[in-house]
Ligand binder design. Sequence first.
Ligand code: HEC
Length: 110
Amino acid sequence: MVRTAIAVLLGVALGIAALGAQAPDSQVEKGKEVFTRMKCLLCHKLGDKGGALAPVLDGVARRRDAESMRRLLEHPDKEMKDPQYKVTMPAFPFKDGELDELVAYLQTLK
Ligand code: HEC
């Protein structure tokens, strides 16, 4: 019972945090740079660029929230489920802040 109440409170708190958490433009710009540097388009397609080995990233922010993107990028080995893909997303060696920047950028792809 107490546990449920805590879970509900936590959910509300996270929801409010998410509402206020509009990433600043500079973070989005940096994330775009990380995205290019790490060559995500070797597998993914965005607009008319990129590969066909992985899901198209146009509109990905409508399918996944920041938290689920973060989980996937940190532990692709655990989070990848769809058997239609023949490749596994590598676990990228993100430095301080890079994962946040990347997720901020990916969240703009609506
Ligand atoms: C070696 C190929 C490969 C590379 C390189 C790669 N990915 Fe992926 N990625 C995949 C595959 C395959 C999936 C599908 C996983 C699944 O659904 O099981 C995926 C899934 C995703 C998803 C979820 C897509 C969705 O529709 O829900 C995101 C977001 C993502 N990748 C971001 C990135 C980013 C950012 C990079 C660069 C840092 C990157 N990926 C590099 C292969 C790759």
